[in-house]
Write a protein that binds this ligand. Structure first.
Ligand SMILES: *Cc1c(COP(=O)(O)O)cnc(C)c1O
Length: 427
């Protein structure tokens, strides 16, 4: 598979190069030159998760890595299920939180680690640098933990992620270094971009990004959209509407890619919190990011979503109008209200999933089947969920273990030189 740079179409790279580089020249995102067709979708939906996912990913990268390698990568990366759970008639939760860090980013993070290992010579130096607004950090840290020749540096906004989220990835040590930055997530993201722009530094430490801009992550995420539809009763597969709680819009990009491969989805809904750059853009045609506001769905506190150019490109290539996308933005009060409503309906959720559920309910029409993505386990947002629902939800095993460990993060100002020094010191 060849990919091209969305900012400089003349730059074309292999999958291996795209995975290693993360971003292209001028900070451009990579995008597949050809979108494969998968043929008989009904037959594909009959397959089990691993076999089907291997087939989907082989259609992209089998030519470069070999189908055998791709299926080994899938087998190692996807060692947990993505079940759907009926919340009420015609509405299903797609639970993406059954991996080691209890969030959907485990799928992308683990497949990214496999991809990078598959495309790098054993003597190549690699430093993963990523910014996280919550869960990417945990997924990346756990996906690479203990891989001796790969160093990982993770930046996050100090005090702006949940204490439990912090414990999940800032307690590991070994090849994982975490940095609490005095700033916002957008600041962290800007620092990462700055580092990638520094050609000398990039070369010196073998910089590599592992956040949602890496194409391997998006490709992995395509697979659970197929898995979701495959689990629906056949009678309910005809008019599927999928609501995606969105921050950087990687998840929605993957969903639209799944549709481009032939997955029957009638409509997607872009669901955000009050950091609503995209819903406002879809409504007015005006792209005007505001200052990022902290919310209880903090993994979506992003006002400059960096995957958006891929969505524009894909829609343009497929001739899909942006007006076909559903959208909506939800306040913290509404999120809390929805969590209570869901609890009364017998489904324990957390703020991100609740936002997707609320907008889905508002916009689902007669005869349509709704799916909403549950991107994290409720216990990952325990403080918020406990308070809203007046409960004390138990911590699942992996969280309890990390919660008892000591934080190992460094603290740094929002300053590129400081980050550079950290990158050099971990070598
Ligand atoms: C990262 C994240 C999101 C947002 O996903 P994007 O792909 O960045 O749009 C939503 N919910 C949770 C829990 C997350 O960690």
């Amino acid at each position: 598979m060849k990919l091209y740079n969305l900012k400089e179409h003349a730059e074309q790279v292999s999958f291996g190069q795209a995975v290693r580089q993360g971003l292209g020249r001028n900070q451009g995102l990579f995008f597949p030159l050809e979108l494969p067709q998968l043929g008989d979708i009904d037959a594909l939906l009959e397959m089990d998760f691993i076999s089907r996912s291997s087939k989907i990913l082989s259609a992209f990268i089998g030519d470069e890595l070999g189908a055998e390698t791709v299926s080994q990568m899938v087998d190692t990366a996807f060692q947990f299920p993505a079940p759907i759970n009926k919340v009420k008639d015609g509405v299903y939760a797609l639970e993406l939180f059954h991996g080691p860090t209890l969030a959907f980013k485990d799928f992308g993070g683990r497949f990214m680690a496999q991809s990078l290992a598959a495309v790098t010579d054993s003597d190549g130096k690699i430093t993963i640098l990523t910014a996280t607004s919550g869960d990417t950090g945990a997924a990346v840290a756990h996906a690479f933990y203990g891989m001796d020749n790969i160093k990982v540096v993770i930046l996050y906004p100090k005090g702006k992620i949940s204490p439990l989220q912090e414990k999940m990835f800032c307690t590991l040590g070994k090849n994982i270094t975490t940095v609490a930055v005095n700033g916002t997530f957008d600041d962290c993201q800007a620092l990462v971009k700055q580092a990638f722009d520094d050609a000398e530094l990039r070369q010196e430490v073998g910089l590599n990004s592992a956040n949602s801009i890496n194409i391997s992550r998006l490709m992995a995420q395509i697979c659970y959209y197929f898995e979701a539809v495959a689990q629906l009763p056949k009678a309910e597969r005809k008019e599927v509407v999928i609501s995606v709680p969105s921050g950087n819009f990687g998840n929605l990009t993957a969903g639209l890619l799944a549709k481009s491969l032939g997955l029957p989805v009638k409509r997607f809904i872009a669901a955000t919190n009050v950091n609503d750059t995209v819903p406002r853009y879809l409504q007015t045609g005006d792209w005007s990011p505001k200052v990022t506001v902290p919310t209880i769905s903090n993994a979506m506190d992003v006002s400059q979503p960096n995957n958006w150019p891929r969505i524009e490109e894909l829609c343009q290539l497929k001739g899909w109008g942006l007006s076909e996308l559903g959208y909506g933005a939800v306040t913290d009060e509404q999120t809390a209200e929805t969590l209570k409503q869901m609890d009364a309906e017998g489904y324990l959720c957390e703020p991100h999933g609740a936002i997707a559920y609320r907008i889905l309910n508002e916009q689902l029409n007669e005869g349509e089947t709704g799916l909403f993505l549950c991107t994290a386990h409720p216990a990952k947002f325990k403080e918020v969920v406990d308070e809203i629902l007046a409960k004390d939800i138990p911590l699942p095993g992996p969280l309890a273990k990390h919660n008892a460990m000591e934080l190992l993060s460094l603290e740094r100002d929002n300053d590129f030189e400081a980050v550079k020094a950290v990158l050099r010191s971990v070598q």
